[in-house]
Ligand binder design. Structure first.
Ligand code: PGA
Length: 253
């Protein structure tokens, strides 16, 4: 079975003590994960090291960064590179979240560079894709997402492609409370897998975990995660409440 992920995206939320309290509460759950489950907390940069300390010794719990720069080092005041993340032991990084694309003008080409650098540092990218509302309204979502995959990922060797985690996050569902229906999620996840199998092989496409993101809540997670091509979720708002996020973890296949 493919690895099933429950990935929290804290965005620019929670203080050091709030973050510590939340992770401690989640870790106190007795039967946290099955062998094919992985919990990830993507936290703001200043919280990476203290949160890593908290999850030390938990094999299936990891801390992720929410972004990295497209260069490995240099005169880029205020930025953080994949090399820096690797130097503190980070194993996952979110690349291409729609908020980065929207507010920081990140393009498919730029994200391609970030993907390459993360992989070069042995960091697994969680690559976000997904269409805005106007594209969905015109039924252009498949073409839109296929272009994102093609322009940022399909230059990768099969070996590197197999390391990628994909998160499908329809922009109209992020932070809006409006989740994609299970039919919409399954349809797109199947399309993404199909697109990968055409670009690579169906065996490789079957290996890749594809997470759903966009207003995943404690009461919608089970149905979404039960879709055959949905391998867990990337969760914003609901990951900030320990009770909700623990229910989302419990909903993993
Ligand atoms: P949301 O955010 O769950 O609050 O919609 C998801 C995300 O942006 O990753």
């Amino acid at each position: 079975m493919r690895t099933q992920y429950s990935a929290a995206n804290w965005k620019m939320n929670l203080s050091l003590t709030e973050g510590e309290d939340l992770i401690k509460e989640i870790l106190s759950i007795k039967k946290l994960t099955a062998a094919h489950h992985q919990i990830i907390f993507a936290v703001p940069f200043p919280l990476l090291l203290p949160m890593m300390k908290l999850v030390e010794g938990y094999d299936r719990v990891a801390i992720a960064a929410q972004n990295c720069h497209q260069k490995l080092k240099g005169a880029f005041t205020g930025e953080t590179s994949a090399a820096l993340l690797a130097s503190i032991g980070i194993k996952y990084v979110i690349i291409g979240h729609s908020e980065r694309r929207q507010y920081f003008a990140e393009t498919n080409d730029l994200l391609k560079e970030k993907i390459d650098l993360a992989l070069s540092q042995n960091i697994t990218p969680i690559f976000c894709c997904g269409e805005p509302l106007d594209v969905r309204t015109k039924q252009g979502q498949n073409e839109f997402v296929a272009t994102q995959l093609k322009e940022s990922l399909f230059h990768l060797t099969p070996e590197n492609m197999a390391k990628i985690i994909i998160a499908y996050e329809p922009i109209w569902a992020i932070g809006t409370g409006q989740t994609a229906s299970t039919a919409q999620a399954q349809e797109m996840h199947q399309f993404i897998r199909q697109t990968i199998s055409v670009a690579y092989t169906s065996a490789l496409a079957k290996e890749i975990s594809i997470l759903y993101g966009g207003s995943v809540k404690a009461d919608t997670a089970q149905e979404l995660f039960s879709c055959p091509d949905v391998d867990g979720g990337l969760v914003g708002g609901a990951s900030l409440i320990s009770k909700d996020f623990s229910q989302i973890i419990a909903a993993l296949k």
